[in-house]
Design a protein. Structure first.
Lengths: 253, 386
């Protein structure tokens, strides 16, 4: 695993071998360094979960905060120190379950904060319960019956809320993910990237990487115009495979 | 039937035997095994309850309130941050008089993040109106779960049963699992005193003006205090059926004792071992275990400690700015009860965030209180690094 000296600290991650979050960490370090940012000008806020350990592995300011509350904490931080680059890195459970109400209102206020959800479709830290992004029908190790509840689609949720920058990345595709990270961080309002970051231990084993690499459909290749909201909805509705790229981007004055 | 099970599964078995009808759940370490086992019991049909995976602990308690308002027997389990997030709903469940039972696995609150045992989570909910029962071993956990429903439904008040993280939650012990028929005879189906009924519509929880609010709180408080009489009666029935009795408090080798420890949870078992050892050397030492924290058994504690010259309270919790919470409660319970012979009363803070409380720790406390050394603080912190 390549580590970027500037943004990576010396702490060894406690993630399992094969965890997608290693890729997110590497990618974020490289993306920030590539943009010429300095650790002292970046604040990372997470909630709690495996993914939320990420700020602890970086040289920048880091908050491993409360389950679900990363967005309001980041909002306060950004208000107090607007010159900082404020990034929220959290899990799908954290953001779409216990903290879901904060999404609605953070999007409405549109602060210049970037949200990277490390979406593994499971509660990793508590050892494998269904999360809001676990597809119905999935058999979890922690339940006798397959998931019965409908899942949340992060992209369509964020489009519907009116988020000005909505994208999805695949953690193991470093160049594309790093580029998306940089575009999201540069976006002047609230930006959102859903990062497909596998949990091979509790969702799908190592085979999930091959499956994702094979199935992902790149938005760029489809000729989609990210400024077109109706087209973004239509693309999502017709997508048969996970999308990667910028789905919607509204230019702000 | 005897089974070797962890404390968490002892809770699940109790909930199953109580024929619980609705279980809303959100995972949190070290509680998660309780609800996972229950979800398996529901899926296999062993427990015909409705199980719902909610999006937070606040919603878990809110769903339990809804189910209880419809007359169902409802249960959930949580720990630490989850209990703290529920706080608003805890007040609601109690004041709306819902006999919900909840297990709290004692775990330290953040920051710093810590998953190990510490009683501050449950004790800081002391003014919500919930009854609180602390357990020492897995058999007591199972029995208390069943007893909790009886008590809750008799009083229309929610009951929290509390067990230590890992020392009980994840430790296996042999547990006698009573027969379903025995439990059914002890705990019949819930007959809700008030419930949503389509034949007799009610609106619940409307605005209550100053004219009536105080009475609502008085009734709630009065019901809490009635538990002091009712609990021993209910436990006596359990004794007749199973041969097991715990008591609101349990004095252990306190006859003629000159030094008495006050303990809760698994620290009690360690302290029993220390007491036995020192008794075998002829020392006059004993302990009183507190099982019931709410309502606080004031009279029972006064009686148990009458004439004891030295009391050492062991608190695995902290109310910052004051001291250990059991020590505070006990000190005020004893105030004025024996004005001729006020005991030496020391409060010790131990084991926060899961730090081990060993026989050495407890021996050190006994040595300290016996030395008669006077301390000018209400709380003595044991083993804090400089
Ligand atoms: C209020 C509260 N409830 C529950 C928990 C337990 N908990 C910790 S992380 C987590 C979910 C983690 O899932 P996710 O956010 O998807 O992160 P992942 O571990 O998958 O990266 C839960 C339920 C908690 N810490 N606080
Ligand atoms: S449990 Fe899953 S999400 Fe957590 S560190 Fe391991 S692989 Fe990653
Ligand atoms: Mg997750």
């Amino acid at each position: 695993m390549s580590s970027t000296p500037l943004f990576r600290n010396a702490t060894e991650p406690v993630w399992c071998d094969g965890c997608g979050d290693f890729h997110v960490l590497d990618g974020l370090c490289a993306a920030l360094e590539g943009m010429g940012r300095e650790p002292r000008n970046v604040a990372l806020v997470s909630g709690i979960g495996c993914s939320s350990r990420l700020p602890g592995y970086m040289e920048s300011h880091g908050f491993n905060s409360i389950h679900g509350r990363a967005l309001p904490i980041a909002s306060g931080l950004k208000l107090a120190r607007p010159e900082l680059t404020v990034i929220v890195t959290a899990g799908d459970g954290d953001i779409f379950s216990i903290g879901a109400t904060h999404l609605v209102h953070t999007v409405r206020r549109n602060p210049a904060i970037t949200l990277f959800v490390m979406d593994n479709g499971v509660y990793g830290l508590t050892k494998g319960q269904q999360s809001p992004t676990t597809p119905p029908g999935t058999q979890m190790r922690t339940a006798a019956q397959p998931v019965g509840d409908a899942s949340v689609d992060p992209l369509s949720l964020m489009l519907s809320l009116g988020c000005g920058f909505v994208a999805q990345a695949y953690a193991a595709d470093q160049p594309a993910m790093q580029q998306l990270m940089q575009q999201a961080i540069e976006y002047p309002g609230f930006s959102f990237v859903n990062i497909l970051s596998p949990c091979p231990v509790f969702r799908g084993g190592m085979g999930i990487y091959k499956e994702l690499r094979r199935s992902i459909s790149r938005i760029d290749d489809s000729g989609h115009d990210p400024a077109d909201l109706a087209a973004a909805h239509a693309l999502l509705a017709s997508a048969e495979a996970p999308l990667a790229g910028i789905l919607f981007r509204r230019d702000l004055p | 039937m005897q089974k070797v099970i962890v404390g968490n599964h002892a809770v699940s078995w109790g909930v199953k035997l109580a024929r619980t009808e609705v279980i809303p759940a959100y995972p949190i370490t070290p509680q998660t095994q309780i609800v996972e086992e229950l979800s398996e019991m529901c899926a296999s049909g062993e427990l015909p309850a409705r199980f719902i995976k909610v999006e937070s602990e606040h919603s878990a308690m809110a769903s339990a309130v809804g189910a209880s308002a419809a007359g169902a027997r409802a249960f959930t389990a949580t720990s630490s941050q989850g209990l703290a997030l529920m706080h608003e709903m805890l007040h609601w469940a109690a004041a709306a008089r819902h006999p919900i039972v909840m297990a709290d696995v004692n775990r330290a609150l953040g920051p710093g993040w810590n998953i190990w045992t510490d009683q501050t989570d449950s004790l800081s909910q002391r003014d919500t109106g919930w009854l609180q029962l602390y357990c020492e071993n897995n058999q007591e956990v199972l029995d208390t779960t069943i007893i909790a429903f009886r008590l809750a439904e008799a009083l229309d008040l929610p009951v929290m049963l509390v067990l230590d993280a890992f020392y009980l939650s994840h430790t296996s012990e042999p547990v006698d699992i009573p027969d379903q028929a025995l439990v059914d005879s002890f705990l019949p189906k819930r007959e809700a005193h008030y419930k949503l009924d389509i034949n007799e519509p009610h609106a619940f929880n409307a605005l209550v003006k100053p004219d009536d609010y105080m009475e609502m709180r008085w009734h709630m408080h009065d019901a809490q205090r009635r538990a002091l009489e009712l609990y021993p009666q209910i436990e006596s029935e359990w004794l007749a059926l199973t041969g097991r009795y715990y008591g609101m408090i349990e004095p252990y080798r306190t006859d003629d004792a000159e030094t008495v420890l006050i303990t809760t949870g698994t620290v009690t078992s360690t302290a029993r071992y220390v007491i036995d050892e020192r008794r075998s050397r002829g020392e006059k030492v004993g302990l009183v275990k507190i099982k019931m924290f709410r309502p606080f058994p004031v009279e029972a504690m006064r009686a148990a400690l009458k004439g004891i010259p030295r009391i050492a309270v062991i608190d695995r919790n902290i109310s910052p700015g004051n001291g250990g919470i059991f020590a505070q409660e006990l000190r005020s319970a004893l105030y004025g009860s024996d004005s001729d012979a006020a005991p030496q009363f020391n409060g010790y803070i131990v084991g926060l965030g899961g730090r081990n409380v060993t026989p050495d720790t407890i021996n050190g406390i006994i040595d300290h209180v016996q030395s008669g050394e006077t301390v000018d603080r209400p709380d003595i912190w044991v083993g804090v690094k400089a």
